[in-house]
Design a protein. Structure first.
Length: 570
């Protein structure tokens, strides 16, 4: 017997652990020879339980298997979905966004009786512009120079492309550039365009002699370049140095880049010249623009004669309203409808017509890979052209809107437009609501229009003249035509455009509302008319077009109120 010693018997040995307590006899049989727990030895376990334990054992020993768990789960779900039957499939109906669908015909049918029974409309054509304006009256004040011109620095030749009013922009800008550079302007060449298909020259549309006369003390204008100068270029204009100027270039660019070449060559060419001068320019440039647009450009005698004749005929047909009539610029020709990519009646024929028109006019532009066209979004954004029916609705030019704005069935309307798409169907409601509706084709005989029929720009010039002298002008789509008319009417009518310009985004929502009533619609339309009235007199901001906003560059405040209609129209 040795006494208990806490120190080991040898310095190289460690104390032994205390012996483990004895396990219950019931668990001893669960031990394998290796000392590990083995469920296989359980006598009371089923085969399924043993397999489960084996599977878990493998997973616990091979933890990397857990990386495949999501894949196993997804595979199981796919197998289940492939074998399970779903007899009931929920149907989800998506209502189109408000304003994305053309429902004007349905709205017109719904409100027709209420519109016919509404006797509250006053003669809006006589009262629409009676409100005095805070800004006061304005009058034209474009001063012409009375002094002689210094020796010219050379000749500028420009090519004006586009339609009637895009060419007009080019002409006015060319006058401004030539005057600023002290150059001689050659009468602009009107470039033939495959879309407009109008070979008209400057003198076919404008009074060339009058143009030269009005500008004589401000800008030299000639009809051709002297032969002795052209001999240097082989009498071929294509040999003359051509500037390809970026759109909306500043007048300083012309001074710094164009003028040195002009002084060197004495003849330069600028092609194309559409929108090649910024709207933000110094007063000397703006004055020349005003002089060219509002004073020097007058339509040629044949156009002016028939235009004034149609104005008189419209006034006679408007005797009940004191000779006052409404003009509407409607852009619902096939090419405009096709280009907009909007859907109207949505029928098979419309779809075929639009596909053919797009391919004919723009050859693959709308079918490029990856291009997505969303007609509903286009309509919501107010980019769809108004139909004849909607134009009425929008204001004076169409049923719901025109009557809603206070215009009656007796209102005389002049419709400025090309060939209306699907006219038999689309024009019917308009003619029903406004039987006193006229176009240049109904006002003039075939013989009178024959000299102009094959020339789109000359026909547009006739429309321009009749719209210019109307009491109210309604524009349904953007573009150069209303762009110039807005400014020209402001110039003639004391600074006020007397123009109704609809909010097409708001109209899209109104016309797509199946629950709206006539009184509510009428109230909204009258609100739009008031907004147009308030916007009638507006001053030009730096980046606005002087051709739409002549105040204050081309006009000054009048000391007294006078009838601005006495001003001569060009």
């Amino acid at each position: 017997m040795h006494p208990y010693n806490r120190l080991p018997s040898s310095g190289h040995s460690t104390p032994s652990p205390p012996p483990s307590p004895l396990r219950s006899p019931r668990l001893r049989h669960g031990r394998s020879k290796t000392g590990r727990f083995s469920p296989n030895r359980g006598g009371g376990r089923t085969a399924a339980q043993r397999l489960s334990w084996m599977f878990l054992s493998v997973l616990l020993r091979r933890q990397g298997v857990f990386l495949f768990a999501p894949l196993i789960y997804i595979s199981g779900m796919l197998l289940y979905m492939g074998t399970a039957s779903f007899d009931v499939v929920p149907v989800i109906k998506h209502r189109p966004a408000p304003g994305s669908v053309y429902r004007s015909p349905q709205l017109y049918a719904k409100l027709r009786l209420d519109m016919d029974s509404d006797n509250s409309s006053v003669d809006a054509i006589s009262t629409i512009w009676k409100t005095p304006y805070r800004g006061g009256e304005w009058k034209p004040c474009v001063n012409r120079s009375s002094e002689g011109l210094p020796e010219s620095n050379g000749y500028i030749y420009v090519e004006a492309n586009g339609g009637l009013n895009q060419q007009r922009t080019s002409v006015c800008n060319a006058v401004a550039v030539a005057g600023y550079l002290n150059a001689t302007l050659v009468i602009p060449n009107f470039h033939y365009h495959s879309i407009w298909k109008d070979p008209s020259k400057f003198r076919d549309i404008y009074d060339e002699e009058y143009f030269i006369k009005i500008l004589k003390n401000d800008v030299r204008v000639v009809d051709k370049i002297p032969e002795y100068l052209m001999e240097r270029f082989g009498s071929n204009m294509t040999n003359v140095h051509n500037f390809r100027i970026k759109a909306w270039s500043s007048i300083q660019y012309y001074r710094d880049v164009v003028l040195p070449k002009l002084l060197e060559e004495k003849v330069i060419r600028i092609s194309p010249f559409a929108n090649r001068l910024s709207f933000d320019a110094p007063p000397v440039v703006q004055r020349l623009r005003c002089l060219a647009n509002y004073e020097a450009l007058r339509f040629s005698s044949p156009i002016l004669t028939i235009g004034e004749s149609l104005v008189e005929r419209m006034r006679k047909r408007s005797a009940i309203n004191g000779g006052k009539y409404v003009s509407v610029h409607l852009r619902f020709e096939e090419d405009m409808v096709a280009f907009s990519c909007c859907v109207f009646d949505g029928g098979k024929q419309e779809k075929e017509d639009m596909v053919a028109a797009r391919e004919r006019g723009w050859k693959g532009k709308f079918t490029k890979p990856g291009r997505v066209i969303r007609p509903g979004a286009i309509r919501i954004n107010g980019k769809c052209p108004l139909t004849p029916l909607e134009s009425c609705q929008e204001f004076p030019e169409f049923p719901e809107g025109a009557l809603g704005m206070g215009f009656t069935k007796n209102t005389s309307i002049f419709l400025a437009s090309g060939k209306i798409y699907n006219a038999d169907k689309t024009m019917a409601p308009l003619l029903e609501m406004f039987p006193n509706l006229h176009t240049k084709d109904t006002l003039a005989s075939e013989e009178e229009l024959a000299p102009f029929k094959s020339y789109s720009s000359r026909m547009a010039a006739i429309d321009y003249t009749v719209c210019l002298h109307s009491e109210v002008f309604v524009t349904t789509q953007g573009g150069n035509f209303p762009h110039f008319l807005l400014g020209h009417r402001r110039y003639l009518y004391g600074g006020h455009a007397k123009t109704i310009k609809p909010d097409k985004r708001k109209l899209a929502l109104l016309f797509d509302n199946p629950n709206i009533g006539w009184k509510s619609l009428k109230r909204q339309l009258l609100s739009m008319r008031s907004h147009s009235d308030s916007k009638g007199v507006e001053l030009k901001r730096p980046n606005d077009s002087i051709y739409s906003f002549p105040c204050p560059d081309c006009m000054c405040r009048a000391n007294r109120t006078d009838d601005s209609r006495s001003a001569s129209a060009t």
